[in-house]
Ligand binder design. Structure first.
Ligand code: ADP
Ligand code: 5GP
Length: 204
């Protein structure tokens, strides 16, 4: 069985990375899609693990080479999903989780309709602002831009398959894992089991 693509979006600071890390701790057979970006590295980030940090020119080469499943500009920088690792993982039956903003997520859904789109909400805008401030790794100006973008992102949530409120990490992780499990139980994912089982039950 092929692996699933789980695309997670939500405003900056809502807890997407924290949540995906928790899910990967708790659930096997899941791979994180490392994106490419032209934004500068933040303290604590690791090249090749958090992102592939590249220049704008290098990013434009990736676009030209058709190496990205999707890409978008977010608050002045490029972000994009390398396609090769995703194809390899899903073909080997490994689920892929990714953190992609709204424009890119909707492009993925168009290209791969059975990708699962999950939008993460904060319990309130005040909490979102506090989390973003608490992380303390972007300037005040960038924070304002990200919060402005968040308002538009919320307006796009209706296009997603699932909404999860990250008001508690364990609860949100449990909900995301339930979504992943439910997707695996969909009839068309399992229809081959019926054929196999039927053979056992056919009277000789
Ligand atoms: P994102 O990837 O969406 O930008 P992060 O995962 O970096 O967000 O989380 C932003 C901040 O919020 C971090 O300091 C993180 O520890 C905190 N955080 C994440 N989830 C929760 C939660 N459920 N409750 C409280 N704080 C959280
Ligand atoms: P940050 O700079 O906080 O790491 O990420 C900013 C935004 O870029 C987040 O909303 C995140 O979801 C998005 N993002 C990260 N990787 C990708 C990607 O590969 N493609 C797109 N379209 N967005 C991404």
């Amino acid at each position: 069985m092929k692996g699933k693509l789980i695309v997670v979006s939500g405003p900056s600071g809502v807890g997407k990375n924290t949540l995906l890390n928790r899910v990967m701790e708790l659930r096997g057979n899941v791979q994180y899609s490392v994106s490419a970006t032209s934004r500068p590295m933040r303290p604590g980030e690791i090249d090749g693990k958090s992102y592939y940090f590249v220049s704008r020119e290098q990013f434009e080469d990736l676009i030209r080479d058709d190496a990205l499943l999707e890409y978008a500009e977010y608050v002045g920088n490029y972000y994009g999903t390398p396609i090769k690792p995703i194809l390899e993982a899903t073909q080997n039956g490994v689920d892929v989780v990714m953190d992609v903003e709204v424009v890119g997520a909707l492009k993925i859904k168009k290209r791969i309709p059975d990708a699962v789109l999950v939008f993460i909400l904060a319990p309130s805008f005040t909490v979102l602002k506090k989390r973003l401030e608490g992380r303390g790794d972007v300037s005040k100006e960038l924070m304002e831009q990200r919060l402005e973008r968040a308002k538009w992102e919320y307006s796009q949530a209706e296009h997603y398959d699932y909404l999860i409120v990250n008001d508690g990490l364990d609860k949100a992780a449990e909900e995301l894992m339930s979504v992943m499990q439910a997707e695996k139980c969909k009839t068309m994912e399992r229809i081959h089991l019926i054929k196999e089982e039927n053979e056992c039950f056919i009277p000789q």
